[in-house]
Design a protein around this ligand. Structure first.
Ligand code: PGA
Length: 247
């Protein structure tokens, strides 16, 4: 099981980041979960550079540029140098700021080129009775992986994060059966896109209002390989409760 803590811009203070990191290290020692922290980029180096623990780090995004005269951009190489192992790419909050499927594909290629393992985020904004949201998810995955070599495709993790659940409460999140159905669907899409049986290794994660109140049920039924947790990962006690519920 993998748990990714997406701090977004909730954590604006390095002291709080350090506290959450210290908690994560303690949790990692007593659980068999793989804990990955995605701090805001100014904190990445401060937390990840001399990290000797089993807690890993992710960039929250990578730039579509490769460096040069681009003030304010944070490239894949910068995050890799600062200690990230993974990169979230295509998060709906980045897509809302203009990341198209083509930009997402380019970012995935940049992440690979600099040794970052991408976590490709996909998700529909609403569910229609006709099931069009399924082809929307298929399109996001297909377009995201399009530019990658077959071997690289197998290394990308997929985080399914429906927009209608993000930032909500456990009660408003997806139900275990609906999640199970979507995980199966994503696995089917991956089996079509990846060579041989390699898609079986792909990690499929879920994100969107994962809290201590729903994580155990979601994990029990859905066959997801882990969770991407936003707001509930930015508080020591709620994050601890989630990790304990899964351990
Ligand atoms: P949330 O965010 O847990 O606050 O819903 C998840 C995400 O957007 O990654």
């Amino acid at each position: 099981m993998i748990i990714v803590a997406n701090w977004k811009a909730y954590v604006e203070d390095l002291t709080k980041g350090k506290t959450l990191f210290a908690t994560s290290k303690k949790l990692a020692r007593v659980s068999d979960l793989r804990i990955i922290l995605a701090p805001p980029s100014p904190f990445l180096g401060a937390l990840a550079l001399r990290n000797k623990s089993s807690v890993a780090f992710a960039a929250q995004d990578v730039s579509v540029t490769l460096g040069g005269a681009v003030t304010g951009e944070i490239t894949a190489r910068m995050s890799a140098t600062a200690g990230a192992t993974y990169a979230l790419i295509g998060h709906s909050e980045r897509r809302a700021k203009g990341d198209t499927n083509e930009i997402v594909a380019e970012k995935l290629a940049h992440a690979f080129a600099h040794g970052l393992i991408p976590i490709l985020c996909v998700g529909e904004s609403e569910r229609d009775a006709e099931g069009r949201y399924l082809s929307f998810i298929r399109e996001q995955i297909t377009a995201g992986l399009a530019a990658l070599a077959p071997k690289e495709r197998a290394e990308v993790s997929i985080a399914y994060e429906p927009l209608w659940a993000i930032g909500k409460t456990a009660e408003e999140s997806i139900g275990p059966d609906d999640l199970a159905e979507m995980v199966l669907y994503i696995r089917k899409v991956l089996a079509e896109l990846l060579p041989g049986k390699s898609s079986r290794q792909t990690h499929v994660l879920y994100g969107g209002a994962v809290e201590s109140g729903n994580v155990r049920d979601l994990a029990a039924v859905s066959m997801a390989d882990g969770f991407l947790v936003g707001h509930a990962s930015t508080n020591v006690s709620s994050f601890t409760d989630i990790v304990k519920a899964l351990s």
